[in-house]
Design a protein around this ligand. Structure first.
Ligand code: MN
Length: 227
């Protein structure tokens, strides 16, 4: 194939303990997957099936980066999330087959322009410009996991060392297998797809100059400093 200009590089994220990179095909995100966060955003956590939005693959940011404060917002928020990295694809998967697609897991931060999201919600407009902006997906190094094995324990988020979010991964309304099964009924999942699985309660602002770190037991942290 010859293109009219050089094709863009494949977006990728780090792999724990390796010089190899994990190539990113798409980024899917789950909305409202922890009951306390659903309530803090004004929703009943028990009436809705999981819903999804996306970020561009080239929105990924490696842990340790410093990013500029995003344009068009005065309310950049952190959202600590478990990230699922798929190593193979499929469609219409039953839950008991869904975990066979997983290559590994990472800690992630679903950066959000909360003021734009609130405006979009009230106007019934799309979320893209609040969620899918440049450098909006901070992803820690992906840790390979054997089939069916999953991270367990705590997920937390600190801003300049102060704990903002803290929960157990077992608090997720929709576990990883259910998320993959649901999503596979909407799109044909592919190797390289990342799924950000939703955030616990305690979302809040990151001010210019602050450092935000997402940690999950057993995984490398996802840290970002906002310039
Ligand atoms: Mn999120």
């Amino acid at each position: 194939m010859t293109y009219v200009f050089p094709a863009p590089a494949t977006p990728s994220v780090a792999v724990s303990g390796s010089a190899l990179r994990f190539p990113v095909r798409r980024i899917f995100c789950v909305g409202r997957n922890y009951a306390e966060h659903a309530r803090e955003m004004g929703h009943d956590p028990h009436v809705e099936p999981p819903f999804f939005f996306t970020k561009p693959a080239d929105g990924v940011v490696d842990s340790g980066a410093t990013i500029p404060y995003p344009p068009a917002t005065a309310d950049l928020h952190h959202e600590a999330e478990l990230v699922v990295a798929l190593g193979s694809g499929g469609a219409f998967l039953p839950e008991d087959a869904a975990l066979s697609l997983v290559w590994g897991y990472a800690a992630g931060n679903d950066l959000t322009r909360r003021d734009l999201q609130a405006a979009a919600k009230s106007a019934r407009r799309p979320w893209d410009m609040s969620k899918a902006f440049d450098r909006s997906a901070v992803i820690g190094a992906v840790q390979a996991y054997g089939i069916g094995a999953q991270p367990e324990g705590a997920i937390r988020c600190t801003v300049d060392g102060v704990v903002r979010q803290q929960a157990q991964l077992s608090d997720m309304i929709w576990p990883v297998a259910a998320i993959i099964a649901h999503l596979s009924r909407l799109v044909i999942l592919q190797a390289g797809d990342l799924i950000m699985t939703g955030t616990p309660a305690g979302v809040g602002p990151i001010a210019p100059g602050q450092t935000c770190e997402v940690t999950i037991d057993g995984l490398a942290p996802a840290t970002v400093t906002v310039g």
